[in-house]
Design a binder for this molecule. Structure first.
Ligand code: NAG
Ligand code: NAG
Ligand code: NAG
Length: 518
């Protein structure tokens, strides 16, 4: 018998420990667990699980006591069938089982890990797969009324219930506000499922704003067998929720001026309010009334003003528009601001001036350059010679044909078709001695020395190297051609090449005979 008593004691101690442990724990964090439900093949089944908020809880869903989905959201791409959804700030971690098949008829457990508490809590329910799908009953708004419901700005919306019964699976309910501008705003709500079966959604924690004036609270039911959501509204029919609010002022446009700008601007102030404005017209107040040209009352609650503002005197001045109703007064201020940008006309003028300056400068340059060239008109010639020497035909006003292509290969090297007398008049034998020497003085003082480095520069020696005089052209082609004694006189003009030392350039052909004398 002793061992029996022993085991009994052991069990009692265990139970006691459990109780003590339990009393140390927080209360069960699961506020509302899932409820057994039915779904047809191909539809979505939903289990709801609401937990206490604000305790750093972690929620999993356990499928068939074996697969854990979660925590808190399903990010596991291998389990695309499951979605954890709902409003966590309200404590909802619901499980959606998509596209149910017969193989999904399992137990589903909402498991909450109370972090630090050391224990888990869970609540489970079973999914039955039953065909066919059946539409639920239309939602009914239980707390509705045909009368106006009046709030003040900042009031809580309160609890409105909406219920849908039956259906396989149950429908899904949702509350929102349908505003007068046809936008939908989500409203928090609680969801309750009971075994009848039915589902109830209760609106909660929503603060009314001026924008919600003349809206309707709408409960919508979604179900796979419904083509579109079924809804019920609070208030029912076309009655709207009333939100008493301070005047809402729309005042614009923004006032900005650029540098050096003066302009006339039309500003408009519109005020809407519930209850209505005490004085029908919003009031404009100017920090400096001298900018005002005129005001016009456009319609009830709207006023326009034409003002003249200038960057020099008006930046920083302000205009107030205020409107008052039973709730109080709203004031909106427009300030004249400086946008640090030059006006377009000034930019255009500056650009034109810049263009003119550039044009003027380039004209000056051209003038100076051309003037500098005029004393040595022959400078252009070597270019022709270069082109020609390279075997190209030259088309210029000065007949290019005077240079036979590749003058070296032709048998007739005399100029043909020479219309230009300045070339024709040149004596043929002028070219037997080439190149013309520099002035004597220059020769005697510097010889072959490079004027800059002081070195003797062989590069200046012509192919006729015995010549003591530096050649006037660097182009070796030409030098070669020059040796043909029958070469036409035109090349004589080519002889002074552009880059040679200035004194050589200016040297007239006359010195040639002097050289011969020596
Ligand atoms: C639902 O599941 C069935 C069977 O697995 C499949 O044939 C069908 O394409 C699925 N439908 C959707 C919308 O995923
Ligand atoms: C601005 O208004 C004044 C006064 O009505 C008028 O003389 C002036 O021509 C207007 N200027 C422009 C740019 O419209
Ligand atoms: C505009 O309103 C503000 C407060 O809203 C006030 O401080 C300011 O003096 C007002 N300006 C004018 C020109 O009335």
């Amino acid at each position: 018998m002793a061992p029996r008593f022993g085991s009994l004691c052991y069990i009692l101690v265990l139970i006691e420990l459990c109780l003590v442990h339990h009393s140390l724990q927080q209360i069960n964090p699961i506020v509302m667990g899932p409820v057994d439900t039915e779904a047809a093949e191909g539809t979505d089944a939903v289990f709801y699980c609401k937990v206490r908020t604000g305790q750093g809880l972690i929620v999993y869903w356990i499928v068939d006591r074996s697969i854990a989905v979660g925590p808190n959201v399903n990010r596991n791409e291998a389990l695309p069938k499951y979605e954890i959804f709902g409003n966590p700030s309200n404590g909802y971690y619901n499980l959606r089982i998509k596209n149910v098949t017969l193989d999904d008829a399992f137990q589903y457990d909402c498991l909450v890990d109370a972090q630090g508490g050391g224990s888990n809590y869970e609540a489970g329910a079973t999914l039955s797969v039953v065909n066919p799908a059946m539409a639920p009953g239309v939602p009914s708004c239980l707390d509705t009324t045909a009368n106006e419901i009046v709030f003040d700005e900042g009031d809580e919306l309160g609890n409105f219930r909406c219920r849908s019964s039956g259906g396989r699976p149950l429908g899904e309910l949702k509350w929102s506000l349908l505003r007068s501008d046809q936008t939908l705003v989500d409203v928090n709500f609680d969801t309750q499922v009971d075994t009848s079966p039915s589902i109830t959604a209760t609106s909660s924690s929503y603060t009314m704003t001026a924008a919600d004036h003349e809206s309707q609270l709408a409960c919508s039911l979604t179900h796979p067998s419904l083509n579109s959501d079924a809804t019920c509204t609070v208030p029912s029919g076309s009655t709207k929720l009333i939100v008493r609010h301070f005047p809402i002022i729309d005042f614009g446009p923004r006032l900005d001026v650029h540098y050096l700008e003066t302009k006339n601007v039309t500003i408009r102030c519109t005020a809407t309010a519930y209850p209505g404005l005490i004085i029908n017209v919003p009031e404009l107040t100017f920090s400096d009334r001298s900018i005002l040209l005129q005001t016009t009352l456009v319609e009830e609650g709207a006023i326009e003003a034409v003002i003249r503002i200038s960057q020099r005197s008006d930046v920083g001045k302000s205009i107030n528009c205020s409107a008052t109703n039973a709730m109080g007064t709203t004031t909106t201020t427009l300030e004249i601001e400086l946008t640090p940008v030059l006006p377009i006309w000034l930019l255009v003028v500056l650009m034109i001036i810049a263009c003119l300056i550039v044009l003027l400068l380039s004209l000056c340059c051209c003038y100076c350059f051309c003037n500098g060239c005029k004393p040595k008109p022959t400078d252009d010639r070597p270019d022709l010679g270069d082109i020609k020497a390279a075997g190209y035909d030259v088309s210029e006003s000065r007949s290019a044909s005077v240079f036979q292509p590749n003058g070296l290969n032709g048998t007739d090297l005399r100029p043909i078709n020479n219309d230009d007398d300045s070339f024709a008049d040149m004596p043929l034998n002028d070219y037997t001695e080439y190149p013309p020497p520099p002035p004597v003085s220059d020769t005697t003082t510097t010889g072959f020395n490079d004027h800059e480095t002081g070195e003797v520069n062989d590069g200046y020696l012509s192919p006729d190297a015995e010549d003591r005089f530096p050649p006037m052209i660097e182009d070796e082609h030409l030098m070669g051609e020059k040796r043909i004694s029958s070469f036409k006189p035109d090349d004589m003009n080519l002889a002074p090449s552009p880059p040679p030392p200035p004194p050589l350039d200016l040297a007239p052909p006359k010195p040639i005979p002097i050289v011969e004398d020596e």
